[in-house]
Design a protein around this ligand. Structure first.
Ligand code: ADQ
Length: 474
């Protein structure tokens, strides 16, 4: 009798590989997805397939890595430098990413990159097919692998396939700009269950499938030759307990004391982002400058800590953004700093999760104001760390998280006047009101945590198969 297994497929494996000559080092990823899926892929024969994050051409090293990773239920797909350039940095990050985040003028349409995207998606699908058995279920993740569901379906008609998109799905008018729109949609609808962060994203996807592929639909069902597939919202979350515990940990105390000493009597505003034009760094810095300009009473009364994790800085738009941020921060600081106060503390590097938790805990206000974001986990991490229930979250309505965290001060990041008003409202918010809002947001994040998200998606995948079987016997 065959025992069924779950196969997770994502661009990156939840591991970092370092190579020092022939010495191979492994470091587990602490990311939310790795934590959530950890409860699945480490069980029984389950497996996680993905790129190990380093370009390794030497076959004997590849074999050694494959063997080592097998003991951790991970299976690597090795990619060449050219594949990474064209499939990942090219088509995924220079075409799909800007288009799906409503930056169509940044999107680059390149046939060669598209061809490599197809080749690499086939590599991932082949890696799945090599280990696949009839009763297995497969969960494919994100925009880098949108063709994989159908590539698997072509060879395995009845297997259970789920697909989840971690970034927004754009409205039809934006999606239709893509020359390969039909092929991409056909790739995704190979899945039985297709998940997005928000209800709106799922509606946009159904709408594109109707208009581009001519697929019939009924509510959240699409029909592929009479077979129903389900499209739905599954808002991702974080490991609430991990952040809540970290923030309460006594080991955090020295960090906290340090931060509290540095900020003195000023209020601490915090932002944490990857370097990306979708994260709204420029609008946010301009709003902060406007606050100091229009409300000089806050000079020396507020400190803004902006953490930026380096990301994709070989891509032109990203290196230009970095220059713009550097310049803006320097202009604001040179204009407003005094001998004993600097308005913006700007860091361009990754921080340890301990320091991050201490910052979340001590911040009075978190500014999470992307121009567009699938979900945005920083908003939820901040809430999870506020165990004393104080603190204010200012959240962009363009982040998926705004659908759940509606006790935040929700703003449109393009509306600079309302942005400044929100900053003042947050700086002046009475503690009772902070507690009331924070309590309800903590309740949501603690209940709908990452473990809940994984369970919900997997249960739903099971249900779709039952539905399909029922309809086929009728
Ligand atoms: P990202 O675009 O990477 O994820 P986000 O959800 O905010 O965006 O996650 C970023 C992560 O990086 C957070 O866990 C945060 O703590 C960490 N981080 C940020 N700055 C850091 C720093 N300086 N040091 C250390 N860590 C830092 C994509 C989508 C999102 C979606 C997630 C999950 O773009 O919309 O929420 O996937 O689906």
């Amino acid at each position: 009798m065959s025992i069924s297994k779950t196969i997770i497929v994502s661009n990156r494996l939840p591991i970092k590989i370092t190579l020092n000559g022939s010495q191979i080092g492994y470091q587990n990823s602490e990311g939310g997805l790795a934590t959530g899926l950890g409860s699945i892929y480490r069980e029984g024969d389950n497996i996680w397939i993905g790129w190990p994050g380093a370009i390794i051409n030497d076959e004997s090293i590849q074999e050694a890595i494959t063997e080592d990773l097998a003991t951790k239920s991970l299976s690597p797909v090795f990619l060449t430098e050219e594949e990474i350039n064209k499939y990942y940095e090219g088509f995924s990050n220079e075409t799909l990413w800007p288009l799906f985040h409503y930056f169509p003028s940044y999107a680059n349409y390149n046939d060669e990159q598209w061809c490599t995207y197809k080749t690499v998606n086939q590599k991932f699908a082949d890696a799945v097919l090599r280990v696949l058995k009839t009763d297995d279920q497969i969960w494919v993740h994100d925009y880098q692998l949108m063709l994989v569901p159908q590539m698997i379906r072509d060879k395995a008609k009845n297997v259970k396939i789920g697909f989840f998109l971690h970034i927004p799905f754009p409205s039809f008018e934006v999606f239709r700009l893509l020359p390969w729109r039909k092929e991409l949609l056909n790739g995704v609808v190979g899945a039985d269950l297709i998940g997005f962060h928000t209800f709106d994203d799922s509606i946009y996807f159904i709408n594109s499938c109707q208009r581009i592929l001519g697929l019939p639909s009924n509510s959240n069902q699409l029909f592929i030759n009479d077979k129903p597939i389900i499209v739905d919202a599954f808002p991702i979350s974080i490991d609430f307990e991990k952040f809540n515990t970290l923030a309460n940990d006594v080991l955090q105390k020295p960090h906290e004391e340090n931060i509290i000493k540095r900020k003195g009597k000023a209020k601490l505003m915090l932002s944490v982002d990857r370097l990306d034009y979708s994260k709204g760094l420029i609008n946010r810095l301009k709003a902060f400058e406007k606050l100091l300009e229009q409300h000089p009473q806050y000079i020396k009364k507020v400190v803004f800590v902006q953490l930026v994790v380096p990301s994709r800085d070989t891509v032109k738009q990203y290196s230009e953004l970095k220059e713009q941020v550097d310049k803006l921060v320097s202009n604001i600081n040179s204009k407003y700093s005094t001998l004993d106060w600097v308005p913006i503390h700007y860091f361009y590097r990754s921080f340890s999760i301990d320091l991050l938790a201490a910052l979340y805990k001590t911040a009075d206000i978190a500014l999470v104001t992307p121009m567009r974001d699938g979900m945005n986990l920083v908003s939820k991490e901040f809430v999870a760390c506020k165990s004393d229930e104080t603190g204010v979250l200012i959240l962009s309505e363009m982040a998926g998280a705004s659908r759940e965290l509606n006790d935040a001060i929700v703003i449109n990041p393009n509306d600079s006047n309302k942005f400044v008003k929100a900053l003042v409202q947050a700086l002046e918010m009475p503690v009772d009101e902070q507690r009331h809002r924070m309590r309800s947001m903590r309740d949501i994040v603690s209940r709908f945590n990452i473990h809940h998200w994984v369970k919900l998606f997997m249960n739903r995948l099971e249900e779709v198969k039952v539905l399909q079987r029922k309809l086929s016997v009728r």
